[in-house]
Structures are given as structure tokens and as C-alpha cells.
Ligand binder design. Structure first.
Ligand code: NAP
Length: 305
């Protein structure tokens, strides 16, 4: 387990599905954990889900880390209250269930996801990184999804903003490589969160495991991890060799056993693509999907750490 005793850590998005696991891991590692949220109720709900023995380390703060003025106010409250910030994790933005094509997406949806999934990351990074830049041993970890790397049909507001968010992180890593803050991006597939626990697959990583990984990066033991895009995938399925085509694909619906099909949930398609490199040969029963698979097979596959 990571050791963060005495560290001042801020988890942006700590009230969220994944954020809850991150907050739990940082508290368990001994950190003082500041969680900003736009909602007092969400902060209270988070506290109610944590082990009472951890609550002494939790510092809830009401405010919007995605609003430039509010973010400065939150940063100043932390610095004046604790003297510094050692680590930030930005687990901001959410999922999209509407499954519409880009051409049917309302401009309001486009704007809302730009705001929550990209702009909030930009504002948080621009506001908090200067407070970390001169602090020895500090870290800033951004969380994102595989849709940043793989084009997932009918999931565009998340995928497009995730891709831009990942690029923002990689540019920050380069622009700030001479500073003292270690900037890293964690890219996850499906996560077994509280909401998904009922239908989660055994191979999905949990929010607590994502939290433990982020706590490791923020700890002294993780001090060699800097400027990295770290991809967290499934663990191998229990007691079976993974077949060449995903068992989770939508074969029942369309018979093509292919990836990124509209019949799959976005998360399934996301994982299936990551698990099995796509081949147009898989898609011989559907010319449309064959084209989609051919496109998917051209996507550069990032290094897995
Ligand atoms: N859930 C998954 O299975 C999964 C899988 C892969 C990757 N991820 C990544 O994990 C991250 C978090 O996802 P999640 O599922 O935990 O999302 P979520 O449950 O919707 O939580 C989003 C969090 O962002 C916070 N937030 C604060 N300011 C915000 C602002 N201005 N705009 C939008 N959000 C703001 C929200 O806080 P308040 O509402 O309390 O202010 C909330 O805590 C995302 O980057 C996502 O790509 C998630």
C-alpha cells in the first residue's frame, strides 16, 4: 500500500464514481484529502460511504473546480489552510449513455461535454499546477478513458473530449518537464464502480484499484513515474483462455462478432477493441462493420505499461 502520511492531496472529482475509490485509497494511505464539489449533498454522500475511521483526513470543500474564479478560491483556501498541495488527481467529467451518432447530437450536448469533460480539466490544471510546480515530490495525475485512444461509435461527446484531454495532458508534460511536478495520465477501460457493481465483469478493475494506483503514483515509491500515459486494462478473465474474438461482443445481435458495433454498449466496444486487435476479416458478414473494423485496425496501439 502507498504511504502518503502527512501529504496534502486534492482529488478533483472525488465525489464521482471513480473518485470515491481514489479518495478512499488516499485516505487509507494516510493523506489529508481535500475534495472539492459543486454539491454539498454529494460531499455528504461521499463521507457516508467511507469508513468512519478515515473521515478525520477528509476535507470537503464546496466549489466548482471547473470555474476559473471558483478554482482560484479553492486553491487559495487549500494553500492558506494547509500551506501547500503535494498531489492532485483530476478525475473529472462523466459518461454518456444516449448512444447517438454525431450528426444527431444537440449543440447543447456538445457544449455540456466540452465543459465537463475538457474545460474543467483545463481550468483545474491551469489553476492547480502552479501551486505544485515548485514543490519537490509533487504530482498531478489526470484520469481518462480508453475512448481517448479508440474511436467508439455513438459515444462521441466523451471520446472527442477525452482525446483532447489526453493531448492537453501530454502537452503539459512537455511544457512543464523542467518543473518539479510529475504529471501523469491514467487511461482506464471499464471500471467496476459502485453503480456498475451489479453487472460488472470479474476482470474489470475496481474504482478502489484505480485509487490505489493513483496513490502509488503520488507516493514516494512512485517518484520515478513522470510524464507517462499509463493504461490500466482488464485482468485476464478467470479460468479461461481469452478467445480470439471477445466473448463480450454483440455477436448475438448482428452475428459479426465485431468491435465497435452499435449493438454493443460503448464500454463493451471500448474494451473489446483494446483486448483484440481488430481485423476486417472478422466482419465479412457486414460491409459497414468491415469498414469500421478496418479503420479500427489502423488506430495506433499505445504502449501498455
Ligand atoms: N466510470 C468509468 O467506468 C470510467 C472508465 C474509464 C475512465 N473513467 C474516467 O474517470 C473520470 C471520472 O469518471 P466518473 O465515472 O467518476 O464520473 P462521474 O461519476 O460523473 O464524476 C465526475 C466528477 O467530476 C466532478 N466535477 C467537478 N467539477 C466539475 C465540472 N466543472 N464539470 C464536470 N464535473 C465536475 C464531479 O463533481 P461534483 O458533481 O460533485 O461537482 C464528479 O465528482 C473521467 O475522466 C472518466 O473518463 C471512468
Amino acid at each position: 500500500m502507498a504511504e502518503l502520511t502527512g501529504r496534502i492531496c486534492l482529488i478533483a472529482g472525488g465525489t464521482g464514481a471513480v473518485g470515491e475509490g481514489i479518495v478512499r485509497a488516499f485516505l487509507g494511505a494516510g493523506a489529508t484529502v481535500i475534495v472539492p464539489s459543486r454539491s454539498e449533498e454529494r460531499l455528504a454522500a461521499l463521507a457516508g460511504r467511507l469508513d468512519p475511521g478515515l473521515l478525520d483526513g477528509l476535507v470537503p470543500l464546496v466549489g466548482d473546480i471547473g470555474d476559473p474564479d471558483d478554482a482560484v478560491r479553492l486553491r487559495e483556501a487549500v494553500v492558506s489552510g494547509f500551506g501547500c498541495v503535494d498531489a492532485v488527481v483530476a478525475s473529472l467529467g462523466g459518461t454518456w449513455e444516449a448512444k447517438q451518432p454525431i450528426t444527431a447530437m444537440a449543440i447543447e450536448t456538445w457544449d455540456a461535454y466540452h465543459r465537463s469533460n475538457l474545460r474543467a480539466h483545463f481550468v483545474a490544471a491551469c489553476t492547480l499546477l502552479p501551486a505544485l510546480a515548485e514543490r519537490a515530490g509533487s504530482s498531478y495525475t489526470l484520469l481518462g478513458g480508453l475512448s481517448a485512444l479508440l474511436p467508439i461509435p455513438f459515444y462521441s461527446p466523451v471520446g472527442i473530449n477525452s482525446a483532447a484531454q489526453l493531448m492537453m495532458a501530454e502537452i503539459l508534460m512537455l511544457e512543464m518537464k523542467e518543473s518539479r511536478v510529475r504529471i501523469n495520465q491514467v487511461v482506464c477501460g471499464y471500471i467496476n464502480t459502485r453503480e456498475r457493481a451489479a453487472h460488472a465483469k470479474p476482470e474489470w478493475i475496481t474504482a478502489d484499484e484505480v485509487g490505489a494506483f493513483c496513490a502509488y503514483i503520488a507516493s514516494g515509491a512512485g517518484s520515478m513515474v513522470s510524464g507517462a500515459v499509463l493504461r490500466l486494462g482488464d485482468r485476464p478473465p478467470p479460468e479461461c483462455a481469452r478467445p480470439s474474438m471477445s466473448p463480450r461482443c454483440c455477436g448475438a445481435a448482428c452475428g459479426c462478432a465485431t468491435l465497435g458495433c452499435a449493438g454493443c454498449s460503448p464500454g463493451d466496444a471500448e474494451l473489446d477493441r483494446a483486448a483484440a486487435p481488430c481485423s476486417p476479416a472478422h466482419c465479412s458478414r457486414s460491409p459497414a462493420k468491415s469498414a469500421a473494423c478496418a479503420a479500427a485496425s489502423r488506430v495506433p496501439r499505445p504502449a501498455v505499461f
